[in-house]
Design a protein around this ligand. Structure first.
Ligand code: ADP
Length: 497
């Protein structure tokens, strides 16, 4: 047996996978953006806080002592003093004295890197900084770190004919090192924290939304499985409200069709059983009679008179006739039911056929003292149908009419032209068919009345019905108990050119 899959449908697995990927991507982007913004944010704050440092240096220091000595050289003492002050506050700070073109005239830094320091810096960021009075975040060259831009403070000066800038890198190499290591630790913590939180929330939302999205799918899967396990009455409730309405509706329809087909098959099966029971019963009776008479003929052949022998032989003959007619009927019906018969339609005279049949059944009718007649025998009506099949249907109907009509009764076959059709009507004055039984007489193997049972297999009218189906026409029965019955059907009239 197949291993029963308690499956999470593939779709749900795929949704989960897509969702997990989304969470990871979101987490990574979140960390990246946070990291980037935090860095910038820190730098912007540091710059803003230190925006005034350069101005301050000029105002505080250059007021008492000029940056240049009388011989035009840099006042190293002043800058040594300055360095001392600055370093006390921020060891990462770098102070530069620039001329008007950005060349570095003097620098005050803690020597801590091996890079060859730059000789001049780009003036554009410095001018922008001065113009916006440090309000705008701007990065400038870091002379100790040529490949890196850094935050700075700058201010212009013009003393004793010397013009230039004080350029201060506020977050120097040292600060950078500290910041890097601190940032590393904080960033790791932040990342892990953010990741865990994002994952938690996303997983929660994911579970809820996938659960919600796949609610209908799970319902359908459940219903289909129940159906497969044999619960044939189960259907998807309110399929119109389902997210996958088409699937839900189709399943319900399919389940209805399957159940309907199964019911049909069951009823066909039941009818077959009924037929086999009927057939064996109906064949057994004439066979038993045959066997009885043949045995009598064998045993008593010397004592029986010629007349008795003749009578016994006649009885065996009649029973053989009955048997062969039953077998023929059965054979004919099974061929029609298996749809092995294709009607060969052609124009023929239904009037002539009716005359022939009346003549054929004349003797049987006389034997039963039933009057058999054709109404309106002069008109010659042509129809377009399979003559063999129509003859078979008429035979069964006339035979039944004679069979179920008491002596002194009447059976009439009438042909009436109705537009482009010919109506054929077989009416008898027999014992009729109870109204409750009328809907079933065309069903296979149905015999209505107990008293008339054993007179046939109940296949006669079923054969007629099949022949009507093959001609795309219908047969109706009008009958009143003890007054008689009429069987009426129409065939297309053939127009004579
Ligand atoms: P059967 O071989 O039993 O005649 P049919 O299929 O020909 O089977 O008819 C089915 C049943 O319909 C019959 O058993 C009979 O009860 C009823 N029936 C058919 N034709 C007539 C009729 N002309 N008058 C009364 N009952 C009829």
């Amino acid at each position: 047996m197949n291993k029963e899959k308690t499956l999470t449908p593939k779709l749900i697995k795929k949704l989960w996978l897509a969702f997990a990927l989304l969470i990871i991507l979101m987490g990574a982007s979140y960390i990246f953006i946070t990291g980037y913004l935090t860095l910038n944010y820190n730098e912007a704050i540091t710059q803003r806080m230190n925006a005034d440092v350069a101005n301050h240096v000029i105002q505080e220091k250059f007021e008492n002592a000029a940056p240049f000595l009388e011989d035009g050289t840099v006042n190293k003492e002043l800058f040594g003093d300055l360095m001392h002050d600055m370093m006390a506050v921020n060891r990462g700070i770098e102070v530069y004295l620039l001329n008007k073109s950005g060349d570095i005239l003097y620098s005050v830094v803690l020597k801590h890197n091996e890079n060859e320091p730059m000789n001049s810096v780009d003036l554009a960021p410095i001018e922008k900084f001065i113009k916006t009075e440090g309000e705008e975040f701007v990065l400038g060259d870091d002379p100790l770190n040529p490949e890196k831009q850094n935050i700075f403070s700058a201010a212009p000066f013009s003393i004793d004919g010397h013009e230039g800038y004080i350029y201060i890198i506020v977050a120097g190499k040292q600060l950078e090192l500290i910041s890097d290591s601190l940032f590393g630790t904080y960033f790791t913590k932040l990342s892990i924290g953010a990741m865990v939180l994002t994952m938690l929330f996303a997983a929660l939302i994911g579970i809820l939304s996938i659960w919600f999205l796949t609610k209908n799918l799970r319902l359908i899967t459940h219903t289909v499985r129940k159906f497969q396990e044999g619960d044939l009455d189960i259907r998807i409730a309110n399929p119109e409200e389902s997210d996958i309405e088409v699937v839900a509706l189709s399943f319900n329809k399919m389940a209805d069709t399957i159940v309907e087909n199964m019911d049909n098959m069951k009823s066909v099966d039941n009818l077959r059983r009924e037929l086999i029971a009927n057939v064996s019963h109906d064949l057994r009776t004439p066979l038993a009679v045959l066997k009885g008479y043949i045995e009598t003929l064998q045993i008593k052949k010397d004592t029986l008179t010629e007349l008795q022998k003749e009578e016994y032989l006649q009885i065996t003959h009649d029973n053989i006739d009955k048997l062969s007619s039953l077998i023929n009927q059965l054979f004919e019906y099974s061929k029609l039911e298996a749809e092995q018969v294709t009607p060969i339609k052609e124009p023929f005279s239904i009037t002539e056929l009716s005359h022939d049949l009346i003549a054929k059944f004349k003797i049987l009718a006389e034997q039963k003292q039933v009057q058999l007649q054709l109404d309106n025998p002069e008109e010659n009506y042509m129809v377009y149908a399979d003559i063999g099949l129509v003859e078979r249907a008429l035979q069964n109907l006339i035979e039944n009419a004679i069979k179920y009509t008491e002596p002194k009764g009447k059976v009439t076959l009438s042909l009436i032209k109705m537009g482009k059709q010919i109506e054929i009507n077989i009416t008898d004055t027999g014992n009729g068919i109870p109204v409750s039984d009328q809907p079933f007489i065309f069903d296979r193997y149905k015999q209505v009345d107990n008293t008339t049972k054993k007179q046939g297999l109940g296949l006669g009218l079923a054969i007629v019905k099949k022949i009507m189906d093959l001609h795309d026409t219908t047969i109706i029965v009008l009958s009143k108990p003890y007054e008689g019955s009429s069987f009426i059907f129409k065939l297309p009239a053939h127009q004579l050119q």
